[in-house]
Design a protein around this ligand. Structure first.
Ligand code: BGC
Length: 347
């Protein structure tokens, strides 16, 4: 089986984190059970060399303390919930605040700083790592005992598929994403400002203080948020303030929200190497984050600076639990949450 396991680090809580490596075709992906985290995506770079397209920590133990969420599977609610509270079924729930007064990426511990159970398998040359975790009722303030699985499958044609599943025993809210920072030059080989990005999104979610949505969805037409025809990340970034850190409303065809199809929402291309990534999702939105707050030691002893990598975090819009007009992030007992995002690489 094209799956290897090795030791990664021991957490401050004494838990042993492992590293898993899966290979298919010419690609190799490494992940950890710590946060069901994508550590590296290696693609061939000629002359027998490989390039890592993901940013990450300098030392294994730093995955526990970083607030960059490098490659992590984020939940229970990826992105922000305003004032760290929401109401459901007439009851108010208070969440742990970890971004000023707001709740970010599932809270201070979240699911991205816990050890997940791993089940490796392989079918028809496609290795799979199925990560699962149980989040008890009340964890970080969320209602319901939640069973979560995130299944990562690499196929020989360069596709990395992520399937999220969840079930609950009480009504709750949820939003899962992967927080990988991509750099198609290769980690540490330059900023992503020259990457060309195309996004199938005619609107984006307006945000106010603390990056919390105002409730308005604005047209991108003609402005810095208009990536519909494709342009470099850096072309209009100056007009955004500190960079892109916004949810885009994907131009999905009309369909039942309960059975969304995989929708091709993004193409990212590095004009220097010609490497390309195409992204697909069943989710209603994507948070495009241009690495505006990056400033930390990185892989291979580098010091990351802003725009060293970018994230395309699929999912619901921020603060959906407080915005009945947004696509619903509520999961009820008896329902099965099931979403998928694929990143396909050409190199
Ligand atoms: C958020 C950023 C945040 C980053 C790291 C992104 O998803 O939108 O504001 O700084 O995650 O936490």
């Amino acid at each position: 089986m094209a799956i290897d396991k090795s030791d990664f680090f021991t957490s401050s809580r004494g838990e042993k984190a492992s590293l898993y490596s899966i290979s298919a075709g010419d690609m190799r992906v490494t992940m950890s059970d710590f946060g069901a985290t994508l550590i590296s995506i290696f693609v061939p770079a000629g002359m027998g060399r490989f390039e890592d397209l993901l940013l990450g920590c300098a030392e294994p133990r730093q995955w526990e303390t970083t607030d960059a969420y490098f490659g992590a599977t984020v939940g229970r609610y990826a992105n922000r919930i305003g004032a760290s509270r929401f109401s459901l079924g007439g009851k108010e729930y208070r969440l742990a605040a970890n971004d000023g007064v707001n709740h970010l990426h599932g809270g201070p511990l979240g699911l991205s700083r816990r050890i997940w159970k791993v089940e490796p398998s392989e079918e028809a040359g496609s290795p799979t790592l199925r990560f699962s975790i149980a989040s008890p009722d009340g964890e970080e303030g969320y209602p319901g005992n939640l069973e979560v699985a995130a299944t990562y499958t690499l196929s020989a044609d360069g596709n990395l598929r992520i399937q999220y599943e969840a079930s609950t025993d009480a009504p709750t809210v949820l939003n899962f994403t992967n927080h990988a920072y991509f750099n198609l030059h290769g980690d540490g080989k330059g900023l992503v400002l020259d990457h060309e990005l195309k996004l199938a999104a005619s609107r984006y979610v307006e945000v106010g203080a603390g990056l919390i949505p105002t409730g308005r969805l604005l047209e991108v037409a003609g402005g810095p948020f208009d990536f519909r025809q494709g342009k470099t990340v850096g072309r209009d970034i100056g007009a955004t303030g500190s960079g892109y850190d916004h949810s885009f409303v994907l131009d999905r065809p009309s369909e039942k929200p309960s059975s969304p199809a995989l929708f091709p929402f993004a193409v990212l291309r590095d004009p220097t190497t010609g490497r390309r990534m195409e992204a697909f999702t069943t989710s209603p939105g994507v948070q495009f984050y241009s690495g505006n707050f990056l400033s930390c030691p990185g892989k291979g002893g580098l010091s990351y600076v802003k725009h060293e990598g970018l994230c395309l975090e699929t999912g619901f819009f921020p603060d959906s639990p407080n915005r009945p007009e947004f696509p619903s992030s509520v999961l009820n007992p008896g329902e099965r949450f099931s979403h998928e995002t694929d990143y396909r690489f050409y190199y």
